[in-house]
Write a protein that binds this ligand. Structure first.
Ligand SMILES: [Cu+2]
Length: 198
């Protein structure tokens, strides 16, 4: 936004220069040609720069598990999945996220607990998408967890999430789907999980 303002200002300054030159009659054709081309070059540079930043991190096959396919005791949260793509030459670190649909967004990993059972828990160090690489979010593995859902997520709807990264905020739209898997219990890490037989 700032660079757009600046290029508008420089375009206005160039127009003013041209106008001044015409009024005083001392502007030559070659001088007006060069100032016009320099202002259009700076505008092109700033617009391609912002496009590259927005496309640094993208996601394909983005979806969340619908609330009605979560176990009843976990219906206030759900997992979201997809494949993250980093188009840049440097790793991108995802540290968290936010969503209007959830009171809290966490990055989760799925690990084997002391009892040998799989459980999900917060990935305290976040996710790192390698340079020019991908990072998979999948049921039973790493995923984005929406917690304290404002209302149930219904099959066929979509949910907006903003991922917080060291390359800026990355908006993502997840499609909500019915899905039977991904039922690992959640461990906050502060207490042991109750063993549910269901
Ligand atoms: Cu989770």
């Amino acid at each position: 936004m700032h660079s757009t303002t600046r290029s508008r200002l420089s375009a206005a300054a160039a127009a003013l220069t041209l106008l001044t030159g015409a009024l005083t009659g001392c502007g030559s054709d070659s001088a007006s040609t060069s100032s016009t081309s320099s202002s259009s070059t700076s505008a092109a540079t700033s617009s391609s720069g912002s496009t590259a930043a927005a496309a640094a991190l993208t996601i394909t096959d983005a979806w969340c598990k619908s609330s009605d396919s979560m176990a009843a005791d976990m219906a206030s949260m759900t997992g979201c999945f997809g494949t993250l793509h980093n188009s840049t030459d440097a790793p991108i670190h995802i540290t968290g996220g936010s969503s209007p649909a959830a009171g809290m967004v966490q990055l989760h990993e799925t690990v084997k607990n002391a009892a040998g059972e799989m459980q999900m828990q917060e990935a305290k160090s976040g996710f790192t998408v390698p340079a020019k690489g991908t990072f998979a979010l999948a049921p039973g593995a790493n995923h984005v967890m929406l917690m304290e859902l404002a209302k149930p997520l219904d099959n066929g709807t979509s949910v907006s999430v903003s991922l917080t990264t060291d390359a800026g905020e990355v908006p993502v739209d997840f499609a909500v789907r019915t899905y039977a898997g991904g039922n690992e219990p959640y461990s906050s890490g502060s207490s042991s999980m109750s063993m549910s037989s269901s």
